[in-house]
Design a protein around this ligand. Sequence first.
Ligand code: 5GP
Ligand code: ZN
Length: 113
Amino acid sequence: MSDCIFCQIVRAEALARILYQDEDVTAFYDINPRAPVHILIVPNRHIVGVAHVEPVDAGLLGKLFVVARQLAEQEHIVDGYRLVINNGARAGQSVFHLHVHLLGGRPLGWPPG
Ligand code: 5GP
Ligand code: ZN
């Protein structure tokens, strides 16, 4: 989708501080960080959200977790980090291109708001 900001970041049509990219996945720093480390990990292909994933996407979704683990190590937050996926506006989703938030670098309370 050409008007999707994350699709634009994946295609390098919009700027972001990219940490990782391969043929399936892109990871970049969140523009409005909520923790000392706040990274977004996205599939390169436009998927609206968890509510839109299909069985064929299983491998791709697993890859998001592998990249998250690698980036947590790279960012030195392995002592405690959180992966968050907001699905739907009522859960706080504001960009409708599936993304995993990787948050760390400070104590993280539970439950989230
Ligand atoms: P959501 O609220 O959909 O779960 O998360 C969307 C996230 O994307 C937010 O944390 C927001 O700060 C981040 N974001 C929105 N627009 C941009 C952008 O243009 N660049 C980057 N790097 N992050 C963005
Ligand atoms: Zn998109």
